[in-house]
Design a protein around this ligand. Structure first.
Ligand SMILES: [Zn+2]
Length: 305
């Protein structure tokens, strides 16, 4: 797939102006004249306002994925998610065409998609340039790589409308400052008929949401120690987010596979118990990991304000 095609479908993260190449490794915004370098392995298209951001700061000091930690350690730390993605998602979801991963981190999922579907065109994005840079070594380990790595804000994607066929996120949207705004951006850059695949979100009812995000809850503790966003919504709210952006065919799949959550014995034990419960108790009451699939239907228009 032509790589020039992507360059002509980038837009300025600051003023949304059209972007054109001015040399082999430079592009320029035709409106605000900001220049971007496309020569390096991570293209920095962060809005000026978030050039320095708390997510990037947090990545640098993560205990297993931080800047000074080896790539194998970053991958080993995510082994449950990597194996889950390889065994449960990749064989069952046909990744084809132009694929965007938002909140890709070290972009291991993008690398695995490219490995299994070599004809696809894969763009990995994250707000942390540090995470994407670490992804270069992770890609070497996996012997596969995304076609492009672009640092950008998922709530202000630097891509033209209706460019991608599939947009993937892996435990990412609950880290967004404004998840609805992020989902609206996913809708905008998807083609008509394109699919969104939001994996690894957490859905819980109000009571458990309060516990999880409290100072003693796991999400609250992570948010407190790393200074990142850790949001929890009920399945009803998640569904409403996607509906209000114009998505249809919204399907939620609970992920109750406790054997892939052994990174934390308490979490594994919780899912061992939850796996015996009926789905009706999950998502709007008890917390459960959920994968949300949705289609940008040709039939509907954008209904969000
Ligand atoms: Zn501009």
């Amino acid at each position: 797939m032509s790589t020039d095609d992507l360059i002509y479908n980038l837009i300025c993260p600051d003023c949304r102006g059209k972007i054109l190449p001015i040399s082999e490794d430079r592009i320029i915004c035709t409106r605000c004249r900001r220049r971007f370098s496309i020569g390096s392995s991570v293209i920095n298209m962060l809005p000026i306002a978030v050039q320095k951001n708390y997510e990037d700061d947090a990545w640098k000091v993560l205990p297993y994925e931080g800047i000074d930690k080896p790539a194998w350690m970053a991958l080993l730390h995510k082994r449950d998610r990597v194996l889950d993605f390889s065994e449960r998602i990749l064989p069952n979801f046909g990744f084809a065409g132009k694929i965007l991963e938002v909140g890709a981190g070290t972009s291991w999922a993008s690398a695995l998609i490219k490995k299994r579907f070599p004809k696809s065109f894969v763009v990995a994005t994250d707000i942390s340039t540090g995470a994407l840079e670490k992804g270069i070594a992770v890609a070497k380990l996996l012997d596969s790589s995304a076609d492009y790595r672009i640092a950008c804000d998922a709530e202000c994607l630097p891509f033209a409308d209706e460019y991608f066929d599939i947009i993937l996120s892996n435990a990412a949207i609950h880290h967004f400052h404004d998840p609805l705004r992020g989902i609206r951006e996913i809708w905008r850059v998807l083609k008509n008929g394109g699919r969104s695949c939001a994996l690894g979100e957490v859905a819980a009812g109000e009571l458990f949401k309060r516990i999880l995000t409290s100072r003693i809850g796991p999400a609250g503790k992570r948010a407190g120690s790393l200074g990142v966003e850790e949001k929890v919504f009920s399945l009803k709210t998640w569904t409403k987010f996607f509906q209000s952006c114009g998505f249809t065919d919204i399907e939620a799949h609970f992920d109750k596979t406790w054997k892939r959550k052994l990174y934390d014995w308490f979490v594994a034990l919780y899912y061992r118990v939850v796996s015996t419960f009926p789905n009706v108790l999950l998502g709007n009451f008890l917390p459960c990991n959920v994968d949300i699939y949705a289609v940008k239907s040709k039939r509907t228009g954008h209904t969000a304000a």
